[in-house]
Design a protein around this ligand. Structure first.
Ligand SMILES: Cc1cc2nc3c(=O)[nH]c(=O)nc-3n(C[C@H](O)[C@H](O)[C@H](O)COP(=O)(O)OP(=O)(O)OC[C@H]3O[C@@H](n4cnc5c(N)ncnc54)[C@H](O)[C@@H]3O)c2cc1C
Length: 554
């Protein structure tokens, strides 16, 4: 996958997608699968917006039982199965647990009924042939069982726990990238660090965008019959360039990564009212050898780019967590990393302290709404539902283009790396044939990360054993992966490699030695000067505002 700005400037595309978050990535893949010519531009790196910061849960919709919106739950159940089918290496079942209490709404009876309804509404969830993807029925467990599952948890106020299954994204940045790689493999053109700066317009028709290559400053036009605005929190900023507006504003959502609280199970705990926030369910999710806790919501009415995370915001989140679980007293010193991003709210709710998130993804037809053809906007609210929202956007796009195309195929076509029928069996066979110079743990890491494409990386290290060296032990990431990211995956900055191509930065700032090694590898390809290498390292360090808690820096 290489940037080809000449093709972007010289070809007229059927569809141009602006924004390389999960919604843009799947929209481009959908368009390419339907046989349309498609380009995607992203002004940062692919997935560097909200998509990089999710809690990695593919929700089956249990929480929406309280809204009584059964069609939303059914849709989420179907999508969860679809994710496990099209990306079996990157989506896996996740056991979840919520302690039951004497309070009626959290009682064994109420939670037991909710689990029964959840099982009933997801009756068809185990239709995949892959036994690794089976999601067992929900159940209520005793207080004694709860203390066995959550060692150290003070069970005195609990009457037991509700246990059910959802799914977790093993690596959401790679998953997003696999959609882009897949689209490019069948003819799409994609480029990171290219920003749409204005629209090309002829009367009431959008006919493309004026774009800026942020690597060189070069400005050029990209022509397309239709532009799909997948700019996430910046959707409105892009619309303003066509003198349009939407009903949506932004809010901030935040997760913290701390040392492991509990392994293997995601635990839902209800916070007490604190700092003016009403009680809220927070999830402590297993994340590699750490725990990720989310999600904290803050109103934000200013320009998205002016938001700056500070310690007081994080402390308020920690207060909320600590109110839910008194024996576990988290302080700023415990925070390894904070991930945050923007989520949409209705403009009418934008100023409210209690953030009222938009529940469903929206596809805006500007032809119908504003009389401006050639432009569709997509408002994404969940990673979980991104595929189905992209499908709706592309159905509308095809209709507007008036072209005869194939139907949507994203629900049945595996993404790059996803050609695996039975993940457990695939992994066992990969481990059985472990060749030198790579060990079982590294093979397992490659299979989970690259799926059916893991052989490509394996072949690299077999032909060049020096590439099997780990960048930042005990993390399993090898030199081969960094090389692969630079040569084949359009990684242009150190932050791309550390944060979105490999999992070097997934749980906190990598060591200074690791950053230097990666910067040196990149400078061989891009001829970076020592000053540029240092700038790249400094820029990664800035992405980890809580770096002082890390033991090593560059
Ligand atoms: C803290 C947090 C936790 C979450 N947890 C979960 C979860 O557990 N499960 C779940 O399902 N969902 C979760 N979500 C929601 C989910 O992550 C988002 O809904 C989703 O990632 C949004 O995707 P997107 O493509 O719409 O936006 P983004 O990922 O923000 O992508 C938009 C992209 O457009 C680019 N862009 C903007 N303007 C331009 C321009 N002019 N030219 C070119 N590019 C442009 C931006 O750089 C950005 O990369 C969470 C979100 C957050 C923030």
């Amino acid at each position: 996958m290489k940037r080809n700005l000449e093709r972007l400037a010289n070809q007229k595309f059927d569809v141009l997608v602006v924004g390389g978050g999960i919604h843009g990535a799947i929209t481009a893949w959908d368009a390419a699968l339907r046989g349309l010519s498609v380009a995607l531009i992203e002004r940062g790196d692919f997935g560097s917006g909200a998509s990089q910061n999710s809690l990695k849960i593919i929700h089956g919709g249990l929480r929406y039982l309280q809204d009584g919106n059964l069609s939303r739950i059914r849709m989420m159940v179907r999508e969860r199965t679809t994710w496990m089918k099209i990306a079996p290496h990157l989506i896996h079942p996740l056991p979840c647990l919520m302690p039951t209490t004497q309070k009626m709404s959290r009682s064994r009876l109420a939670m037991g009924l909710a689990l029964m309804a959840n099982d009933y509404l997801s009756f068809d969830r185990n239709q995949l042939d892959d036994p690794e993807k089976d999601l067992f029925d929900g159940m209520i467990v005793s207080q004694r069982e709860l203390s066995r599952i959550l060692p150290g948890y003070d069970v005195s106020t609990s009457t037991g726990a509700a246990v059910w299954y959802d799914a977790q994204i093993y690596n959401s940045e790679r998953l997003l990238l696999e959609f882009i790689i897949s689209a490019v493999q069948i003819g799409a053109e994609a480029a990171n660090y290219v920003e749409a700066i204005s629209f090309l317009q002829q009367g009431n028709q959008i006919i493309g965008v004026q774009a800026k290559d942020l690597q060189t400053g070069q400005i050029f036009d990209i022509q397309s019959k239709l532009v799909i605005n997948c700019a996430g929190a910046w959707m409105e900023r892009l619309l303003e360039k066509a003198a349009l507006y939407s009903e949506y504003a932004t809010s901030i959502a935040m997760n913290v990564i701390v040392d492991q609280v509990w392994s293997d199970v995601a635990v839902g705990l209800t916070s007490q009212p604190v700092n003016g926030k009403p009680p809220q369910v927070l999830f402590i999710v297993p994340w590699r050898d750490k725990s990720m806790i989310g999600t904290y919501h803050l109103p934000w009415t200013d320009e998205p780019h002016t938001f700056k995370l500070n310690e007081s915001m994080v402390q308020k989140f920690l207060d909320q967590i600590n109110s839910a679980q008194p024996p576990y007293e988290l302080s700023l010193e415990d925070v390894r990393h904070v991930t945050w991003g923007f989520l949409p709210v209705n403009k009418a709710d934008a100023n409210k302290e209690h953030v009222n998130l938009t529940r469903d993804g929206v596809v805006i037809d500007h032809q119908k709404k504003n009389g401006l053809s050639g432009l569709i906007s997509v408002l994404g609210v969940k990673y979980t539902t991104a595929r189905v929202v992209a499908e709706q956007a592309m159905d509308l796009a095809v209709n507007q283009l008036g072209m005869k195309t194939k139907k949507c195929q994203t629900h049945t076509t595996p993404v790059s790396g996803g050609k695996i029928d039975d993940f457990g069996d695939f992994l066992r066979r990969a481990l059985a044939g472990v060749p030198r110079p790579i060990n079982k743990k590294s093979i397992e890491h490659l299979v989970y990360t690259y799926g059916s494409e893991y052989q490509k990386l394996l072949e690299c290290v077999q032909s060049r054993p020096d590439l099997a060296r780990r960048i930042d032990p005990p993390l399993p990431v090898t030199v081969a992966e960094v090389q692969h990211a630079i040569q084949y995956e359009m990684a242009l900055t150190l932050a791309d490699v550390v944060g979105r191509r490999t999992e070097l930065g997934a749980t906190g700032l990598p060591s200074g030695t690791a950053l230097q090694k990666c910067a040196r590898l990149m400078s061989r390809e891009f001829q970076w000067s020592p000053e540029r290498q240092q700038q790249e390292i400094d820029s990664v360090i800035q992405d980890y505002p809580f770096k002082k808690m890390e033991t090593t820096t560059a």
